[in-house]
Design a protein around this ligand. Structure first.
Ligand SMILES: *Cc1c(COP(=O)(O)O)cnc(C)c1O
Length: 427
């Protein structure tokens, strides 16, 4: 910092007292570089305007990525019990351990990793309040010099959190890309699965099963990424938020099924989509102790970050999370996922019958369709809203390679999903 001479300070103080000058704070200008995210607000405005002009029409929303089924009974029981515990001095709990309660971390390690043959210990699991916050925060344990690679289309948090940190260079509104980000297009040509980029990244964000395309990656394909990351010294940040929707044998449930992932991967998992916790808030991040830059373990940095900036997920919510792994919880959640995936089948088959080119929907609650007759994503949005009174999400909102595509979600009710598809078939 520049030294300010005492006499200047005194003069400024005097002027300030007389309101002749204002000392102005400065903002993090990286925030100003962010292009407005108009996607969901534009959708909201268009739908509201259409509804106001056509009050008698029943609009069906298959656009949002939010669950609609109530919490499973086993989870509700566990919540009630934990609330009661908080009402007695003997069982009351204050601050939770920074990294999560042992009962939850051991249930996660056993059920999500060790039972699948993945070598992850409970002290490599960090319990948190959301995969959105963790996926946005994880970048801060890396140098600003690191270059990120993302899929296109992409879950916007990965890019925007790096923009806020100042890691992405400048934005080109024409191409909708950042100068210092490596984009990996996911298109029909590559089965919506990214190829190894020409330029070598330091951090690689992957999300499978994918939001928004609903595509997945086989274990052999993921192994190629793990081998690549170990070879070039990159870290893969693997978002497995939709793991519970996997129905096919060859699709990995965790990146730690792959050989060598312990030295190159971080995994993010959420209770939001597998157990309906979008409004309850619970997630975890796995950082193996073997993941190191020289002598520095990323595990220690994230532990330090967690300890300094986070005071632990609520006891009550962690008990609800524990119930996800109980025999009753597992059974009930299998049914809940099956309910949504039946909707996915209705959408997928209905669109196919209507002549659309469709993908996703088999290992993910998202169906990705090609817009017909060369319509843009937004043209198809308007067409579907006005003619079928069905709301979806324009693919272009997730990145330039999403143009010409459209996302429908399986998170609605069965009845609404069936009605929506009947209307689409009649178009
Ligand atoms: C929904 C979603 C999450 C989950 O976020 P939470 O903060 O845990 O609710 C994470 N990643 C992706 C890609 C998602 O779609």
């Amino acid at each position: 910092m520049e030294q300010v001479k005492p006499e200047i300070t005194a003069v400024l103080k005097e002027k300030r007292k007389n309101r002749e000058v204002r000392f102005m704070f400065k903002v993090n200008e990286n925030y100003l570089k962010l292009p407005g995210s108009y996607l969901f607000s534009t959708i909201g405005k268009k739908v509201a305007a259409y509804q106001a002009a056509n009050p008698d029409r029943q609009i069906i929303r298959l656009g949002i990525g939010d669950v609609t089924q109530p919490l499973a009974p086993a989870i509700i029981d566990s919540l009630h019990k934990a609330v009661d515990e908080m009402s007695h001095a003997e069982t009351f709990r204050g601050y939770a351990p920074d990294l999560g309660y042992e009962f939850l971390r051991s249930a996660i390690a056993r059920n999500d990793y060790q039972d699948r043959g993945a070598d992850i210990a409970e002290d490599e699991i960090f319990v948190s309040d959301g995969a959105k916050s963790d996926s946005g925060n994880i970048q801060e344990i890396f140098s600003l010099d690191n270059k990120i690679a993302v899929c296109d289309p992409v879950y916007p948090v990965y890019v925007d959190s790096n923009v806020m940190a100042g890691r992405t260079g400048s934005y080109d509104a024409r191409t909708q890309t950042w100068s210092d980000v490596i984009y990996m297009p996911c298109t029909a040509d590559n089965g919506f699965s990214p190829e190894i980029p020409k330029e070598t990244p330091d951090l690689i964000y992957l999300c499978f099963p994918n939001n928004p395309t609903g595509a997945t990656i086989t274990k052999d394909q993921l192994q190629v990424w793990v081998d690549y990351a170990n070879r070039v010294g990159a870290v893969i940040i693997y978002d497995a938020a939709y793991e519970a929707y996997i129905s096919e044998e060859h699709v990995p449930h965790t990146i730690f099924e792959c050989q060598g992932a312990r030295t190159c991967a971080i995994e993010l998992k959420s209770f939001s989509k597998n157990a309906g916790f979008t409004g309850v808030r619970l997630s975890y991040t796995v950082i193996p102790k073997d993941l190191k830059c020289g002598d520095t373990a990323l595990h220690s940095l994230w532990a330090r970050r967690h300890g300094t900036k986070y005071n632990g997920a609520p006891y009550i919510i962690q008990r609800a999370g524990e119930a996800v792994y109980s025999p009753e919880g597992k059974e009930q959640l299998k049914e809940q996922v099956a309910y949504y995936m039946n909707n996915a089948r209705v959408i997928y088959e209905g669109l196919q019958e209507a002549g659309y080119t469709v993908s996703g929907g088999v290992n993910a609650p998202y169906i990705w369709l090609k817009t017909p007759a060369g319509m843009s994503s937004w043209e198809f949005f308007d067409y579907l809203l006005e003619n079928a009174n069905v709301v979806g999400t324009p693919g272009s909102g997730f990145g330039p390679s999403g143009e010409g595509y459209f996302r429908l979600t399986a998170f609605g009710s069965y009845e609404n999903t069936v009605t929506a598809l009947e209307r689409i078939k009649k178009l």
